[in-house]
Design a binder for this molecule. Sequence first.
Ligand SMILES: [Zn+2]
Ligand SMILES: [Zn+2]
Ligand SMILES: [Zn+2]
Length: 356
Amino acid sequence: MIDYSGPTICERPYVSVDYAGIELVTLSQSNVDLFHYSRMAEAINAGQDLHSRIAARMLSTTYEDILARRKAKEKRAVDARQSAKPVNYGLGGGMGPPKLVFTAAKDGIRFCVLADGGVPCVCAGQVKDCFRCNGAGRYCGEKTTQWKGRDIVPTCVECLELAVKYKKLWLEEWEEMNDYFALISKLCDTDGFILSFGNGMKRDLTNDKNPFCSGSNHLFQNRAAQGAKRALYRITKEADTDRGSPLWDSHIAVFVHDENISEMPLARMPEAADRMALIMREEMQALCPDVRVDAEPAAMEFWYKGAETVRVDGVLQVWRPPCPGCRADGWQKACQSGCTQNYYPKLRVAIPKLLS
Ligand SMILES: [Zn+2]
Ligand SMILES: [Zn+2]
Ligand SMILES: [Zn+2]
């Protein structure tokens, strides 16, 4: 019995599966292949949070301390982890401090503000969507247009200093990256190309504007792309040709880098979603045998970036956004009494496992 109370009923929900931090997984695997070690791979395989590892360095403390302080929602620890995200995701591609500041800012992350610096804002943090400070109460201060003798876009001096520091401690934490960059640099100077892992494709670097960054990006982006496309091929083939598969009658609607969004018949959605995630893990794992690969499905009626994996007795459920009125969580709870929106008038019944 499936009870879809609420504003919409969808017979073919979307299921999204994306890999967890896949470029860091493929980067780690490339380092294991190249240098026979990777501190990042060790951390991933131990189930650690890579951003908290960097945050611990930023605050000169231990990983365990950061976890405890994050759990207690201590602002300083939460902010440090926010700053660590663009550092972990960006630096593997060989970017320098100015680009790191710029990239972080595009996601609304300003190092100086998160490190409790920045210039006090006229709004005093009272305006939630203040264009200067985004409600932080502080915004980036004095700007410079110079970096090591070349012109850069106006960049906050304090953010830049922090970026230099963060890059240094990132290279200390993931020490294999020193070997990685040295190798890429050498390949740019000598061969002018890189042989890809996996399919062995030759990547020419001689026509690139910035061969060092292209080369640095290549060894993890290409590997991730190969794994994701091998999975896409297998999922599509199975869904279109194998009547015995839970994926039969599902269709990939969107494929974005390392994420598949498929529409699936509701009745077999839980099995189909798990099957899709399994194939994605298997294909990527084949290319990354030494590093743990994670990919979990989330089902939804409309595409939501924030959709979560929701399970009842292990069976995947269709996630729903919180009610805009009372914030009741959308996939099972009913609206709180007195909610003006009454978005979810009734409790929902969990989807039972239909195939087995
Ligand atoms: Zn402000
Ligand atoms: Zn700043
Ligand atoms: Zn409500």
